[in-house]
Ligand binder design. Structure first.
Ligand code: MG
Length: 372
């Protein structure tokens, strides 16, 4: 047997030993739309993860807004660091549940790849502007990026990812899907919710948008603080805030694991097929679901809708809309690379793709160049 076959066989055998029976195995993959020979030493979902990390859309997440942006400082999360936090929590969940970590990592790297500049404000604006051609959503855009827009090989468009990775992102677009998504997909969804609840509260305090005392109204925060203080350490307010943010993650992840394990056992789930029929497994316990909703509603009212943020977001939205509209009138102002890649370049969808691909800084630069 060749060294290559031996290495890949060993990797596949390790999966069989280490993964739970309800995990998605690489050997059970339905493959790629454009079949490719196996790699010398990386399994299929590892290759998917690597293709995502090396994509240009992924690099641009470094300068795309998560929630906070502009003149607020540089403590807060960007779309890239948010994504890496999701990867981190999702992998912890996957390892504890003995799921396929490579697949989980690829799905987590993909989950926010379609975000346009300026976060949800940018998404709203593009959705309005593209309404006549079907609107815009970051979840659908992530699929467009990896299936159409990324340039990787001459034989096909996009990244030619494994079908399970594409299917996982499709589940985010068309909720609720007919069959339950793989546990690997559910874990990423849960991890996303765990980290944004924690980091949005943390960012909002650091940026001075929220006082730590205001968060004491919120059960989840109060209980996390109680747990931290029960360990007996004496902490400065800043240390306390960070410790509570970490505790919030740790507590939620522990709860997800316990609840998921109980549901897996109770429903006798022993295969991917039984996962497909079982409904949603990886979800917070009822005891945590309600306080999570309370925290999210609080952040929505007190932080995301603060008048100064709303005003600032409107300015960014106007900038984005002006750039889009000018490019619709003057499509020859699109960079040559985009003009050549899409015929007709002046379709609203192509111009939407271009504007959505820009970073926050890129919109300002392009606005300056095109609108002046
Ligand atoms: Mg996310």
């Amino acid at each position: 047997m060749s060294a290559l076959a031996t290495r890949l066989d060993a990797a596949l055998a390790r999966e069989v030993q280490s993964l739970a029976p309800y995990a998605q195995r690489t050997s059970a993959s339905r493959g790629r739309r454009h079949p490719e020979p196996p790699h010398a030493y990386r399994l299929a979902y590892q290759r998917d993860r690597d293709r995502l990390v090396h994509s240009s859309a992924f690099r641009r997440l470094a300068d795309k807004t998560q929630v906070f942006t502009g003149p607020l400082g540089d403590y807060h999360r960007t779309r890239l660091t948010h994504t890496l936090e999701v990867v981190s929590v999702a992998r912890s969940l996957a390892r504890a549940l003995r799921l396929n970590e490579d697949l989980v990592e690829a799905l987590a790297l993909l989950h926010d790849l379609g975000h346009p500049p300026f976060g949800h404000a940018g998404e709203e604006t593009l959705d309005d502007l593209l309404r006549p051609v079907g609107g815009f959503s970051h979840n659908a855009q992530a699929l467009r990026i990896v299936e159409e827009l990324e340039v990787r090989a001459s034989q096909y468009r996009g990244l030619n990812l494994s079908l399970e990775v594409l299917e996982g992102q499709e589940a985010r677009v068309a909720k609720p899907p007919q069959r339950s998504p793989l546990l690997e997909v559910q874990v990423v969804d849960a991890a996303d919710s765990v980290v944004y609840d924690s980091h949005d509260a943390d960012d909002a305090i650091e940026l001075g948008l929220l006082e730590i005392d205001e968060l004491r109204e919120i059960g989840l925060w109060r209980e996390s603080a109680r747990r931290v203080l029960a360990r007996g350490a004496s902490l400065t307010p800043r240390e306390l805030r960070r410790a509570v943010a970490h505790e919030l993650i740790d507590w939620q992840v522990g709860d997800l694991l316990e609840h998921a394990e109980a549901r897996l056992a109770r429903s006798g789930i022993d295969s991917v097929e039984s996962v497909r029929r079982a409904g949603w497994i990886v979800a917070p316990s009822p005891e945590l679901a309600e306080p999570k909703r309370e925290l999210e509603a609080f952040l929505f009212e007190r932080v995301y809708r603060r008048p100064e943020l709303v005003t600032y977001r409107r300015q960014l939205q106007a900038l984005l809309a002006e750039l889009f509209e000018r490019l619709m009138r003057d499509p020859h102002r699109l960079p040559a690379e985009w003009r050549e890649r899409f015929a007709p370049a002046e379709s609203p969808r192509s111009i939407g793709d271009y504007v959505a691909s820009l970073t926050d800084r890129g919109v300002r630069r392009e606005h300056e160049r095109v609108v002046g």
